[in-house]
Design a binder for this molecule. Sequence first.
Ligand code: UD1
Ligand code: CA
Length: 461
Amino acid sequence: MTDVMILAAGLGTRMRSRRAKVLHEIGGMPLIAHVLRTAFKLTPDAIFTVVGHQAEEVERAVRDEAARLVERGAAQTDLRFVLQTEQRGTGHAVMVAREQLKGRKGPLILLAGDGPMIKAETLRRLAETHKAEGNAATVLSVEMCDPTGYGRIIRDQEGRFSRIVEQKDGSPDELAVREVCVSIYCFEVDALLAALDDLKTDNAQGEYYVTDVPGILLQQSKRVGVFCHDDPEEVPGINTRVELAEVGRKLREAKLRELMLSGVTIVDPASTYIHPDVEIGQDTVIHPQVIIEGESRIGANCTIHSWTRLRNVAIEDDVTIRNSTVIEDSVIRARATVGPFARLRMQAEVGEKAAIGNFVEVKKSKIGKSTKASHLTYLGDATLGDDVNIGAGTVTCNYDGVRKHETIIEDGVRIGSDTMLVAPVRVGRGSKTGAGTVVTKDVPADSLAVGVPAVIKKKLR
Ligand code: UD1
Ligand code: CA
């Protein structure tokens, strides 16, 4: 019985951007989506997101990510959105959620939308400590080598928590403290709501600080605890594009490490970019400067050569992707080879042992088993059977200026070099076309088509 609240209304002035900070991406996902994922792992009753800057876009990013997670088997959660039209501080962000929070049972975990690296396990331990100690508030703290910019945890002589001081409000002594608040808390909702009434704006930024809430609770003789976490890597808040790149790199390194430990060879981790959701099988080798994005799945024993970009691909086992190939939203069956310099897109499907060679584009087409298109070819809206050979320079002329039309090439066909297949058109099983032929009507099985426009010559068998 836990709720989560994510603060995501700020513009993020230090990003120097017109986009809301939480919409900036690392690992191909907006920052807010990373935080949402972590929140989902706690299976909370509700997730409240406080939105303000680009509220609609941020809400959409949250809903899209939630839908993706549910589609992949996560439990449904009640998504609530709170609109903070004016951003008057992190405390104010919670204040605008007052009505929605009233009457909620159980503790509330409060997170910032700009802290994408926090792990669910850490939040679980925070909540357990909070419960075990019977606290009204528990603040997650971390020791930082360089605490600049973070709120400092100020303790009394006995080492007990007394309050949090912001960078801009601290005295030199206070700023020397290296234990910081990272905008992660667990609150009893009743206590939180009561403390909000006492928040003031008498600070350097003239804002309502949620960091003042634990100190207020202490003054109200409520119990406040600190959960000291030992991993500073998990808690950075992103405020600038420099930090965005740094945290992005850490996320990437963690993914590459996980892949390498599971049996994937990454020749040069420093130049390899693989998004968090990508799955790769054992003994696959990824050469330098490869980018693999989205929800790509790559099988075992594949080789992906340099300068290749793959996005939302399903690649089976023993596939070779040669240099400088771009594949999006497509399927490559076992033992096929693709590239160099090939482009596959829009639900292209390359059959088992098929070969798509250099300067070949395949769009929304199905390529049969052991079929080859080795050089300089466009296959669009086409269905190719098994054991077809496509000569160099072949084009499926699929577009008449208004509509797209289909080309069907049946099993065992040999298409001569530089053939133009003017769709809609079908080339029957076992037929051939001569070099330079322009095929404008269907070719029956076992025939030869030659000329411009093609004349169907004779039965081959
Ligand atoms: C905050 C904390 C600081 C902590 C740091 C950790 C306060 C006052 N300070 O500072 O102690 O060390 O995070 O990263 O809380 N937001 C809103 N509405 C607002 C203001 C902010 O929703 O009116 C959201 C932002 O979108 C952001 C999050 O709250 O996601 C944190 O805001 P930010 O301005 O980045 O706070 P910091 O200055 O980093
Ligand atoms: Ca921040």
